[in-house]
Ligand binder design. Structure first.
Ligand code: FMN
Length: 161
């Protein structure tokens, strides 16, 4: 698939098969995150790869994230609180991971529905970091159709608003 095909056909995947994602694929996904742009190349990020079934189960507890337990792995993206752009930088890196996974047949879903305090405690994340988002990954067990998206005409403005 070309990069454009990947971007144009990606859907959030919340149901996963039990097939293991090879380590080589996981490494390439992490590398895609590592190579993402960041303001001043500061790379103000840490990524926790959760593969442990018990920790995944704990992270799953709560609304809008029950599928974490079925993911092959879930990545917790953390940004340095002291860095002005870390939220944006972590988001870019996570989306690089999403697209690189998608290109290799691995589906994913962003997760913003989490209690930061709980996640930090569970994973031992230090105080100087904030949890930006979680993204679950795994081979798709569903094939959702494309979601409705706003028309370009309603969101794009040329030269002036
Ligand atoms: C920042 C962010 C947070 C999200 N949080 C959740 C979430 O907590 N649970 C969930 O099931 N989906 C979550 N999603 C996925 C969105 O619901 C999904 O991207 C949106 O409905 C569009 O669907 P699509 O990704 O298939 O195009 C989140 C997406 C983003 C970008």
């Amino acid at each position: 698939m070309s990069l454009l095909d990947v971007i144009f056909s990606r859907r959030s995947i919340r149901r996963y098969t039990s097939k293991t994602v090879p380590d080589k694929v996981l490494k390439s996904v992490l590398k895609a995150g590592r190579l993402a742009p960041s303001a001043d190349n500061a790379q103000p990020w840490h990524f926790i790869v959760v593969t442990d079934p018990e920790i995944k189960r704990e992270l799953s507890k709560g609304p809008w994230r029950s599928f974490i337990k079925d993911s092959a792995f879930t990545i917790v993206g953390c940004g340095e609180k002291s860095d002005k752009w870390s939220t944006v930088d972590v988001a870019i890196a996570l989306e690089n991971m999403v697209l690189s996974a998608e290109a290799q047949g691995v589906g994913s879903c962003w997760i913003g529905a989490f209690e930061e305090k709980e996640v930090k405690e569970l994973l031992g994340i230090p105080d100087n970091l904030k949890v930006v988002a979680l993204v679950s990954f795994g081979y798709p067990a569903e094939k959702p159709s494309l979601r409705n998206k706003k028309n370009l005409e309603s969101i794009v403005h040329y030269n002036r608003f």
